[in-house]
Design a protein around this ligand. Structure first.
Ligand code: BES
Ligand code: MN
Ligand code: MN
Length: 456
């Protein structure tokens, strides 16, 4: 695989320009206004897979956006790697906070800036290019299948059905995913845990219409005031979540694992400086690294209601809303937690308001093995290209399909991502390091080689 390095050098410019083309397509799955572009990103991906040498490339239709499939079977007796990624991206709002438009990629200071640069176009495209290099140089050591979806950022609602209907076609020895990060460019790591998610929306209704806040204020419940009270009560003075039963099933992590986790390089001062905050805040008794990986949390993602236009309008609104998400840890069941939240939240409401709680998407936490051949191959591959053994790290984000693949395909995943926490995924000015993009393309063929060798 060392032999591919000069070939990559020759193609760097080309591989970057292709990624830029992909990033120009605003494939925002959450917003129907971009529906045609989401499909365009799927077509672009399929074409590039074909050009790279994949067989049976297909846009598999679903009730939502298509799943791009392609494969190269070199020999049925060799192991098979299933590469998963997503070509859809988060909405780019708020646009005014971008220093360059989100769908007009620019390269600046060694980074490529665009929505989806890191999450996940820049990362899944590394696999397409690594595959191309292996194909062009007759160096594909095992079978590969690609499944790139377009609904990850909205909960992958149609992926499970597709997977269930294609169990044979998707049969593989490992699912390889680059949709996470490393600790730092000189501190490689492999993600071995992800949090689950319960995502709720609440609506609080007071009077049947907006009221004059002078005539009625003080006598009728203001749903925004009430909603704020209710939300404030969702954490106690130790910053623990008060939803009844919330912690009942939480897997407590051993002191050994906690100690190992906390020995990872991490500077709380840098962390605070990067975010421009004077202090951190979280559950008492846990470090920042623990709070963002092994502990469940609850956050309001958005809150609205009443008058938010120019100037002042004296109004006692009829309704208030909030979107509330909970990050879950292994052994918590997202459906159960959603139910617990609903019961708890409804019970919080005073008689003066009505409350409606709805459940958006959710998903389960995951822990991936570190003693598998695939993990060892990934660690060896990163060691080869970074010059350092990667650290196993749990992450706070969610990729619910990892647990689904395990359940439906009985196949475990390896989360070999190359992003950085500072890449601003889901935020304005998302970017991806060129170092990381090329490092990924360089590392992936090593994974294939070691995985094939170690499986033999
Ligand atoms: N790639 C992210 C998840 C991620 C990012 C995991 C960084 C670990 C480190 C993924 O695209 C994502 O954003 N997932 C959502 C959940 C999904 C159900 C919408 C998330 O974590 O909010
Ligand atoms: Mn992602
Ligand atoms: Mn994402």
């Amino acid at each position: 695989m060392q032999a591919l390095q000069p070939k990559l050098e020759e193609k760097k410019e080309l591989f970057l320009s292709e990624l830029i083309e992909l990033l120009r397509i605003p494939s925002v799955s959450a917003d129907p206004k971009f529906a045609a572009d989401v499909v365009k990103a799927a077509e672009y991906t399929a074409n590039k897979l074909k050009e790279a040498g994949a067989d049976k490339v297909e846009l598999c239709q679903t009730k939502g956006y298509p799943i791009v499939y392609g494969e190269k079977i070199v020999d049925a007796s060799l192991p098979t790697v299933l590469v998963y990624g997503h070509y859809d991206v988060q909405p780019a709002d708020p646009y005014e906070l971008w220093t360059s438009p989100p769908f007009e990629p620019v390269v600046k200071d060694g980074n490529i800036y665009a929505r989806g640069a890191c999450d996940d176009k820049g990362q899944f495209y590394m696999h397409v290019k690594a595959f191309q290099l292996m194909m062009e140089n007759d160096a594909l050591p095992c079978n590969v299948k690609f499944m790139i979806e377009g609904e990850e950022e909205v909960g992958s609602a149609n992926l499970e059905t597709f997977v269930r209907e294609n169990i044979e076609r998707l049969k593989s020895d490992v699912v390889l995913i680059s949709d996470t990060g490393i600790i730092a460019n000189d501190v490689p790591s492999i993600t071995v845990g992800l949090r689950g998610l319960s995502y709720m929306e609440v609506e609080v209704t007071g009077p049947n219409r907006d009221l004059h806040s002078g005539i009625y204020g003080g006598a009728v419940a203001n749903p925004i005031n009430i909603l704020c009270d209710m939300i404030a009560s969702l954490h106690d003075d130790k910053r623990r979540v008060t939803v009844k039963g919330f912690y009942d099933e939480v897997d407590e992590v051993s002191n050994e694992e906690r100690a190992m986790m906390n020995s990872a390089p991490f500077s709380i001062d840098d962390y605070k400086a990067h975010l421009d905050i004077n202090d951190v805040l979280g559950e008492e008794g846990y470090t920042t690294l623990e709070r963002t990986s092994i502990r469940p949390t609850l956050d309001v993602n958005g809150i609205w209601g009443g008058y938010i236009g120019e100037g002042a309008k004296t109004v006692l609104p009829s309704k208030a809303y909030a979107k509330i998400s909970m990050r879950l840890v292994p052994n918590q069941d997202s459906k159960k937690i959603s139910k617990l939240f609903q019961t708890h939240f409804e019970a919080l409401a005073p008689a003066s308001v009505k409350v409606k709680v709805t459940d958006h998407h959710g998903g389960e936490a995951a822990v991936t093995p570190t003693d598998s051949i695939a993990y060892k191959a990934a660690a060896k591959a990163m060691k080869a290209t970074f010059g350092k053994e990667p650290l196993p790290m749990r992450s706070g984000g969610s990729i619910p399909i990892v647990t689904m693949f395990e359940k439906v395909l009985q196949t475990k995943s390896v989360l070999m991502g190359f992003g950085l926490d500072s890449d601003a995924i889901h935020s304005p000015n998302e970017h991806y390091g060129l170092f990381n993009y090329y490092k990924g393309i360089e590392t992936i063929p090593f994974f294939f080689q070691y995985f094939a060798e170690m499986s033999a």
